[in-house]
Ligand binder design. Structure first.
Ligand code: SF4
Length: 84
């Protein structure tokens, strides 16, 4: 399993809480309801699946899952990868 990095755009977050409901051990919300990441990199199959599910469910498209920079092996399907 290739590790992925979870990125949260707190300016886009509307505090819907779907991420916390989906993976409460990966996401939290501050007192204003804005997402807070509890981890940066995720590397277990189950957690990667949950992170991708949270990304998919977020109504504000505030979450982004991308490969960990510098990680080469296991070049599996990743969404939204942009050329650097
Ligand atoms: S699901 Fe999206 S909008 Fe809702 S708290 Fe999480 S990041 Fe924010």
């Amino acid at each position: 399993m290739s590790p992925v990095q979870v990125i949260a755009d707190t300016d886009r977050c509307i505090g819907a809480g779907q991420c916390v409901l989906t993976a409460g051990h990966l996401f939290d919300q501050d007192e204003d309801g804005i997402v807070q990441l509890l981890t940066g990199a995720v590397d277990t199959e189950g957690d990667v699946a949950l992170a991708r599910q949270a990304e998919h469910l977020c109504p504000a498209a505030a979450l982004k899952i991308q490969p960990v920079a510098g990680y080469v092996a296991g070049n599996d399907a990743t969404q939204g990868q942009r050329g650097a």
